[in-house]
Design a protein around this ligand. Structure first.
Ligand code: ACO
Ligand code: ACO
Length: 151
C-alpha cells in the first residue's frame, strides 16, 4: 500500500464519507436518519461548530480509505478541555495496515496543538477485540463503566 495522508474532510468527500458512514452504522447495527446524517456532515464543514472529521486518503489512488470524528468539551477536573473521539472507521479491505493508528495520531495532534486539550478519550464495545488490538497500543484502558439513558 502507498502512503496515507490524513486531512480535514471537504464537501467533495461527502459521497465517500456517506458510504463509510452507512457501513459504520451497519457495523453498529443502528439506523441514523437522513436528517441526522446531513446535519452531522454539515457540522464538520461549519467553522462555527467544534465538531471535526478527518479522512484518510491513499496518496497514489487519491481514494478515501477511512475517517475519524471528534469534538472537545469542558471538564470539572481540568482547566483545559478534553476531546471525545466519537467515530473511527477504516475500509475493510485496508485494515491492519496502520490507517486507524494514523487517524488516531491525527486526532491527538489536533486535540493538543489546535484545541489545546489535555486528553483524548473514547469508548468501544467490550467485544470489539479488533479495535482494542489497536487501542491498547495507543492509549490506556480505563476502569470506568459506561451508562446512558435516552431522554
Ligand atoms: N494480533 C495482534 N495485533 C493485531 C492483530 C492480531 N491478530 N491484528 C491487528 N493487530 C494490530 C496491528 O498490528 C495494528 O497495530 P500496529 O499498528 O502497532 O501494527 C493494530 O492491530 C491495527 O491498527 P491499524 O492497522 O492502525 O488499524 P486499522 O486501520 O485496521 O483500523 C479500526 C482499526 C478502525 C478499528 C478498523 O478495524 C475498523 O474500521 N473497524 C470497524 C469499525 C470499528 O470497530 N471502529 C472503531 C469503533 S470505536 C470508536 O469509534 C471510538
Ligand atoms: N443492596 C441493594 N441496593 C442497595 C444497597 C444494597 N446493599 N445499598 C443501597 N442500595 C440502593 C438503594 O436502595 C438505592 O436505591 P433506591 O433509591 O431504589 O432505594 C440506591 O442503592 C442508592 O440510591 P440513592 O440513595 O439515591 O443514592 P445515594 O444518595 O446513596 O448516592 C452516590 C449515591 C452518589 C453514588 C453516593 O454513594 C456517593 O457519593 N458515593 C461516593 C462518590 C461516588 O461514587 N460518586 C459517583 C461516581 S460516578 C460519577 O460521578 C458520574
Amino acid at each position: 500500500m502507498s502512503s496515507t495522508t490524513i486531512r480535514p474532510v471537504t464537501k467533495e468527500d461527502e459521497a465517500k464519507w456517506r458510504e463509510y458512514w452507512a457501513a459504520y452504522n451497519e457495523f453498529y447495527k443502528r439506523t441514523i436518519s437522513e436528517e441526522v446524517t446531513a446535519t452531522t456532515f454539515s457540522r464538520f464543514l461549519d467553522d462555527n461548530v467544534q465538531m471535526f472529521c478527518a479522512v484518510a486518503e491513499d496518496e497514489s489512488s487519491r481514494q478515501i480509505i477511512g475517517f475519524a470524528t471528534w469534538f472537545p468539551h469542558m471538564s470539572t477536573s481540568k482547566i483545559n478541555g478534553v476531546v471525545y473521539l466519537n467515530d473511527l472507521f477504516v475500509d475493510p479491505n485496508i485494515r491492519s495496515k496502520g490507517v486507524g493508528g494514523k487517524l488516531i495520531d491525527h486526532v491527538y495532534d489536533h486535540a493538543k496543538n489546535v484545541l489545546g486539550a489535555e486528553s483524548v478519550y473514547w469508548l468501544t464495545q467490550h467485544f470489539n477485540h479488533r479495535a482494542q488490538l489497536l487501542y491498547v497500543k495507543k492509549a490506556t484502558k480505563s476502569d470506568f463503566v459506561h451508562y446512558s439513558k435516552n431522554l
